[in-house]
Design a protein around this ligand. Structure first.
Ligand SMILES: [Zn+2]
Length: 318
C-alpha cells in the first residue's frame, strides 16, 4: 500500500478545457487518499482540467484551484492589496511552442499559441484551448530561465494535450531546473508571500484538532514538533483527507471528517501523517523529490492503530 500514488479519479474532474502541471515539491502535500484510487501515472492521456504534481503523482481538480484563486483574489481586495497580478507575454513564446509542437511529432499545422508568464502561487504550467487559440501560461518564476527550460516546460504541456510522448532530452532541462535546490527555495520564498492562510479554526463540530495535535505531539514527538497553523478545510474535499502546505505552514484536514460517524482514530491518523510532513520536509534525492521517505514511512507505522486507521480511510474513500 502506498500513499505516494495518490490521486483523484477522473470523474471528480471538470470537462476538458484546461491542463495545469505543477512540479513543485513545496506545494501542499495532498496526502492520504485511498490506496484504491487509481494512480495517475500510466493512465495514458490525463483527463484535462487538472493540476498535477508529478513528484507525488497527486491530482487535484483545477476547478478547485480556480476557486481557490478566486477566493484569494477577493481576500486581496478586501485587504486593499493589489487585487490582480499581471501576466506578461513570453518573448518569442508562440514560435517556441510551434517549434516544440513540431519536435513532438505532432501532425499538421500548429495552432495559434498565446504564451505568457503568470504569477502563480507555485511552479505551475497551464494550457488551455479556446477555439482556435491555445493559451499557455508559465509560472513567472521561469522569467529568467534559459530557453531549453522553457522548451521543456512547453513540451510537458503539449505532449499531454496532443498525446505525444515527450523525448526525455527535451523535458529534462525543465525537470532539472524545477527540482533544483535553488528553484525550490525560490518557490518556498515566493509562496510565503502569495499563499493565503485558510482562515479556519481547529475546533470543529466534533473534533478539536488543537487538542488532538497537543496529544499527538506529546505521544509521538516528545512535544518537540513546532505547531503549524491547523484547521478544517473550508470546503469538503472529495478524496483527500489532509494536506500540509509548507508555504503558509498549515495543516488542513478535510472537513468531511469532522463528523460523528468518523472514528476519532482515523482523524488522529490523518493529523499524525500531516505532522510527519512538518517533521520531514520534502527533500531531493538524485533526480526526484521525496515526500514520503523511508524514515517517514517507518515513523508513520509507529502510529498505534495504524492498520485500523488505514482500513477506515479506505472505507471512507469509497
Ligand atoms: Zn503525505
Amino acid at each position: 500500500m502506498t500513499l505516494a500514488k495518490e490521486s483523484i479519479p477522473a470523474e471528480a474532474i471538470a470537462p476538458p478545457q484546461q491542463l495545469s502541471l505543477q512540479l513543485d515539491a513545496d506545494a501542499p502535500h495532498r496526502a492520504i487518499a485511498s490506496s484504491k484510487t487509481a494512480p495517475f501515472v500510466g493512465q495514458g492521456l490525463a483527463p484535462l482540467n487538472q493540476s498535477i504534481a508529478p513528484s507525488h503523482g497527486e491530482i487535484v481538480s483545477a476547478r478547485r484551484a480556480a476557486s481557490r484563486k478566486k477566493s484569494k483574489k477577493s481576500t486581496a481586495q478586501t485587504n486593499g492589496k493589489s487585487p490582480r497580478r499581471a501576466s506578461s507575454p513570453v518573448p518569442g513564446g508562440a514560435a517556441l511552442c510551434q517549434r516544440v509542437f513540431t519536435r513532438l511529432g505532432c501532425d499538421g499545422r500548429p495552432p495559434r499559441f498565446r504564451v505568457e508568464f503568470y504569477p502563480y502561487a507555485s511552479l505551475t504550467l497551464t494550457i488551455r484551448r479556446r477555439e482556435e487559440v491555445v493559451f499557455v501560461r508559465f509560472s513567472d518564476l521561469l522569467r529568467r530561465a534559459p530557453l531549453p527550460v522553457l522548451e521543456g516546460a512547453a513540451a510537458l504541456l503539449l505532449s499531454r494535450v496532443f498525446r505525444r510522448k515527450a523525448p526525455r532530452a527535451l523535458v529534462a532541462p525543465y525537470l532539472n531546473y524545477a527540482r533544483s535546490n535553488r528553484t525550490r527555495s525560490r518557490v518556498s520564498q515566493m509562496r510565503r508571500g502569495r499563499v493565503r492562510l485558510a482562515s479556519t479554526s481547529p475546533q470543529g463540530r466534533h473534533f478539536d484538532l488543537e487538542k488532538m495535535f497537543r496529544q499527538l505531539n506529546e505521544k509521538y514527538f516528545l512535544g518537540n514538533l513546532q505547531r503549524p497553523h491547523i484547521g478544517w478545510s473550508t470546503r469538503s474535499w472529495r478524496r483527500q483527507f489532509g494536506c500540509y502546505d509548507p508555504g503558509p505552514n498549515q495543516i488542513l484536514l478535510n472537513r468531511r471528517m469532522d463528523h460523528p460517524a468518523v472514528p476519532q482514530v482515523a482523524v488522529e491518523y490523518v493529523l499524525y501523517h500531516e505532522m510527519l510532513h512538518v517533521k520531514h520536509p520534502t527533500r531531493r534525492s538524485g533526480c526526484s523529490l521525496v515526500s514520503h521517505s523511508p524514515e517517514f514511512r517507518a515513523e508513520e507505522k509507529l502510529f498505534v492503530n495504524y492498520s485500523q486507521a488505514r482500513k477506515i480511510l479506505d472505507r471512507l474513500a469509497r
